[in-house]
Ligand binder design. Structure first.
Ligand code: AGP
Length: 600
């Protein structure tokens, strides 16, 4: 997830773009760049080209030089790397061979590798490791083809844009400058892109935040729209017809802070609602053949991780052992050095930040012991990527809230992908089609469950099988943002001690879907009820029996068991988040916690 900003109008573009990028740093901040052109000179196609500046690092640390680029039309980008580590050369904008085309991009080009190979074969030279750079070279190719056909002006641009949209697969919000075209080109497919209409000036951005500083008149593009922002105004067209379309201009009275949160009160809420796309983007990735063969050869797999990432590792264990018959251990990273490592073990570090000191130490220990080492992480170029032999990336984008939500879901997606690949495609179809199930899950209203939880001093979360780690994760969410003591427990373990803590004031949240553990889970829930504990049960759609015995029954959307694992997790996140809101907690920055624990 990156931040993109475009401007054309009466003012110098660079200062406006730089301030806009600073508003978008929460979307990505490992590198930044701008390209500007002077509208008048751009109109004279033999005039000066594009001025481009791009660097690794945060825009907020950039010097004044970036604001001195001269031109009243420009584009700017602040990056969250997905392809190619953070570096000057991988920063956006990306240009074609001539330097006459500059592109910035938010999204993922799924077919970039084959496009890059064919462009190289046609003589294009690439500078970066990114997927985005193929877009600049494709535009160069299509503009040259338009020239050969004698197309000029807007016809030339139309041809290039439509050819590009026909060729690219994946998600993209693009802002493009093409020398000789006196405007800004905006293209939208599956990534957010909005336009702003000011007084003799026009804006484009990944979200409204930078635009609201200047105007409240917002135009929302739709998927497969492309638009030209020109001195005379905005024109929007729809691909593939090329027909001009009218998009409603709305007056938005959000302040900048609420715009950063997409209108939600907290980043945690926003990040919970990003999860359908995050899961799909993270699951739909191929895994390097070498990595697969190393895992297949391993006598066993050990996962090392902390906190939510540790819980994701436990989810992986249940699925890998069941579907791939691979022995899996999951160790809390800070305890890992106490144990011997069996010969032939492959070790996977799961870490959102890629900087958790305990996890890094554990992985270094595994590497020093001769194990093949892997990392599942959300941050390109993070420390863990420099230790691991193989890196698999979650595609969650920056997670601002301290509590892990979308990063946990993304980790589950990647780990489920590994299981699916090692398990000869097991549940690949179901998870490829999970998006609408998760969208429906987000319709859940947590008010009833939160009302029960908010006054509790202790809350138990119970489940069996894969719902044991999901219970641990649900409890962690609740305790870390509400400060209520919450404990995850294997449902079968309650009778071995925790039962003594059950009272009518001790809610139990039980995940009890219609899987193999269902009959015994029903018995466990009846035992809890018999001790007076209020039970909030999360179960499969239409489960009348569970609804009958629970105090609150939360039905999951109708789906395969494997999809219920993710939708149940989202329900637990929503209950915790809403309870914290009811208690007036600092949801995004809970006391005593840091987003990344870089000390042992
Ligand atoms: C979970 O909500 C917390 N943010 C925390 O437990 C986190 O999962 C843990 O610190 C591990 O962080 P990492 O994934 O960046 O290594």
């Amino acid at each position: 997830m990156c931040g993109i900003v475009g401007y054309t109008g009466k003012r110098s573009a660079a200062p406006v773009i730089v301030e806009g990028l600073k508003c978008l740093e929460y979307r990505g901040y490992d590198s930044f760049g701008l390209a500007v052109t002077d509208c008048e000179s751009a109109a004279k196609s033999d005039a000066g080209g594009l001025a481009v500046i791009k660097k690794q690092g945060r825009i907020s640390d950039a010097g004044r030089d970036v604001t001195l680029l001269n031109g009243n039309t420009g584009i700017g980008h602040t990056r969250w790397a997905t392809h190619g580590v953070p570096s000057d050369v991988n920063a956006h904008p990306h240009t074609d061979c001539t330097g006459d085309i500059a592109v910035i991009h938010n999204g993922i080009i799924e077919n970039y590798a084959e496009l890059k190979r064919s462009l190289i074969a046609e003589g294009h030279t690439f500078k970066s490791e990114t997927d985005t750079e193929v877009i600049a070279h494709l535009l160069e190719k299509f503009c040259n083809a338009a020239d050969a056909d004698g197309l000029i002006g807007e016809e030339r641009i139309d041809f290039a844009v439509k050819s590009l949209m026909e060729t690219l697969e994946g998600s993209f919000a693009l802002l493009i400058l093409i020398r000789g075209f006196s405007g800004l080109i905006a293209i939208k497919r599956f990534s957010p892109l909005v336009l702003g209409i000011g007084d003799e000036e026009l804006f484009a951005s990944s979200d409204m935040t930078p635009i609201l500083e200047h105007t409240q008149k917002i135009l929302f593009l739709e998927d497969d729209d492309y638009a030209y922002l020109m001195p005379e105004g905005i024109r929007v067209f729809s691909y593939p017809s090329g027909d001009a379309v009218e998009r409603e201009v709305k007056t938005v009275d959000w302040d900048v802070e609420s715009a950063k949160k997409g209108g939600y009160d907290f980043f945690m809420e926003k990040e919970i609602f990003e999860q359908p796309a995050v899961f799909v983007n993270s699951f739909r990735q191929s895994i390097d053949d070498k990595a697969v063969s190393v895992l297949k050869k391993a006598s066993s797999i050990t996962v090392v991780a902390c906190g939510s990432s540790y819980h994701a590792g436990l989810v992986f264990r249940y699925l890998a052992e069941k579907y791939c018959k691979i022995p899996v251990r999951v160790e809390i990273a800070s305890e890992f050095l106490n144990f011997a490592i069996a010969k032939g073990t492959a070790v996977i570090a799961v870490t959102q930040s890629g900087e958790t000191a305990d996890t890094l130490a554990a992985l270094r220990h595994a590497k020093a012991s001769g194990c093949p080492v892997f990392a599942v992480t959300n941050v390109l170029g993070s420390s863990v990527t420099r230790i691991a032999d193989h890196v698999l990336y979650t595609r969650a984008g920056p997670e601002i809230s301290v509590a892990a939500t979308k990063s946990f879901i993304a980790q589950c997606a990647v780990l489920m992908r590994i299981v699916s690949v090692l398990g000869k495609g097991i549940f690949e179809k179901e998870l490829f089609e999970i998006y609408p199930v998760l969208e429906e899950t987000l319709l859940f209203d947590p008010a009833g469950a939160s009302a029960v939880c908010k006054d509790a001093e202790n809350i138990f979360y119970v489940g069996r099988g894969v719902y044991y780690p999901i219970s641990l994760e649900g409890a962690l969410k609740m305790k870390e943002i509400t400060y209520i003591h919450a404990e995850g427990c294997a449902a079968g373990e309650l009778k071995h001690g925790p039962f003594s803590l059950l009272t009518p004031e001790t809610p139990v949240i039980a995940v009890c879907t219609k899987d193999a553990s269902y009959p015994v889970m029903i018995s466990n829930i009846k035992e809890m009820k018999a001790r007076g504990a209020p039970v909030i049960a999360i179960g499969s759609a239409g489960d009348k029996d569970l609804k009958e015995i629970a105090d609150i029954f939360i039905p999951l959307p109708k789906s395969e068991n494997i999809c219920e694992v993710i939708s149940a997790t989202i329900i637990l996140q929503m209950i915790a988040c809403n309870t914290a809101v009811l208690l007036g907690r600092d949801v995004d920055k809970p006391r005593n916690l840091a987003k990344s624990v870089t000390v042992i």
